[in-house]
Design a protein around this ligand. Structure first.
Ligand code: SF4
Length: 377
């Protein structure tokens, strides 16, 4: 049996956050959507009869916008159509506003064993400035409630470089986070995604961003405070304690196979990547007529894959395993990247040790610059 990751995209949110570039719509999922998702499982699953799903991830959007009953139907479908491993990591993203005792108990009974909560900040004024509907204390209570309810693998998301956020605000968030009963933190800087309200405000010069000095102070605090409280940085944006790395996300970073279901979900199977077209209505219509929805297919050339392999591997603490690179691509990495490697090492952004090539402290801060050097054209 081959291993497979399963990703379910639930593209519904109570309201749209001002910075978000993911595909989602501002309403609750209907039973018709759930029916279409089950139909997609039925149509796609025969190609994966020889696979065992060792990770399942419900992301979005806001998967916790599903009712308990809808979630139950989705899990019935997962078990009916796929072989889910008995020790699969099953993650669900949850909004603090949805995490009642009853909702959590139902999720647990369905086999969900990892929760990811979008805490984002511990300052209510910042939460409201980015369009989040929950307060900081609601998010903290939800995390504690989940832990008391038996979820001992909880991840939270935090954001920095938010408009109006000072280094002291972010430090406070980090210090509050480390005292929560969590085993994982994903920390993201605010990216201005095209088409979002924040990108439009920035274009008009109306978005207050932290200065370079403030951003650097936030980055340094993240790298200092989280390890001090036992969190290992195992990926450029991901920190864990108790060894609870995200098994599902590691599939993305190691080019492993995963199947995405739902509007706008992406899959990677072998050398092929495909993304279902966004658009909930069309998705439902096609599937309920028995057809797969439209998708964009990309056949990855060896060059595309090698570039992707390099920058995804560099995101991880272990970096590029040079022996693995040689086995995959038939020659030493220097055959393609001699000059960029020399330049990045010279600038102290990359380091080679024990046959691995990885980002230094400064390299991780300038990740995008480093990754660009691995594009061959
Ligand atoms: S950030 Fe999350 S909750 Fe906010 S709009 Fe995007 S997907 Fe929805």
């Amino acid at each position: 049996m081959k291993n497979l990751g399963l990703y379910l995209h639930i593209p519904f949110c109570r309201s749209r956050c001002d910075y978000c570039g993911f595909y989602s719509i501002g309403r609750k999922p209907t039973d018709r959507f759930v029916e279409a998702l089950l139909k997609e499982m039925e149509i796609r699953s025969p190609s994966f009869r020889d696979s065992v799903c060792d990770t399942v991830y419900l992301g979005g959007g806001t998967p916790s916008s599903l009712s308990e009953d809808q979630l139950g139907k989705i899990f019935d479908g997962l078990h009916r159509y796929f072989h889910i491993s008995g020790n699969a990591e099953i993650t669900m993203e949850m909004n603090p506003c949805d995490m009642s005792d009853s909702y959590l108990a139902n999720a647990k009974s369905l086999g969900i064993n990892r929760i990811s909560v979008g805490v984002q900040s511990h300052e209510d004024r910042l939460l409201s400035a980015i369009g989040r509907l929950h307060t900081s204390s609601e998010a903290e209570s939800a995390v504690k409630r989940a832990y008391r309810g038996g979820f001992h693998n909880i991840s939270i998301d935090l954001m920095y470089e938010l408009p109006g956020q000072s280094a002291a605000d972010f430090r406070k968030s980090l210090l509050r986070a480390v005292h929560l009963p969590i085993s994982h933190v994903s920390v993201y800087s605010l990216i201005l995604e095209e088409g979002t309200k924040f990108a439009q405000m920035a274009e008009k010069g109306k978005l207050l961003r932290p200065t370079e000095e403030e951003s650097w102070a936030m980055y340094q605090d993240m790298c200092r405070i989280l390890p001090h409280y036992g969190f290992e940085r195992y990926e450029i944006s991901s920190f864990t304690r108790n060894g609870c790395r995200s098994r599902h996300n590691q599939k993305y970073w190691t080019l492993a196979d995963y199947l995405g279901l739902g509007p706008a979900a992406s899959s990677r199977i072998g050398h092929k990547r495909f993304t279902v077209n966004p658009g909930v209505r069309l998705y439902e219509k096609e599937l309920l007529l028995g057809n797969l929805p439209g998708e964009e297919v990309e056949n990855l050339s060896p060059k595309d894959e090698m570039e992707e392999y390099c920058f995804l591997a560099l995101r991880r603490k272990e970096g590029i395993d040079l022996a693995d690179f040689r086995t995959r691509y038939g020659a030493d990495i220097s055959r393609w990247y001699e000059k960029p490697l020399a330049m990045l090492k010279e600038r102290g952004l990359l380091k080679e040790e024990k046959n691995h090539l990885f980002l230094t402290y400064h390299g991780a801060a300038l990740g995008n610059f480093v990754f660009e050097q691995f594009l061959l054209d």
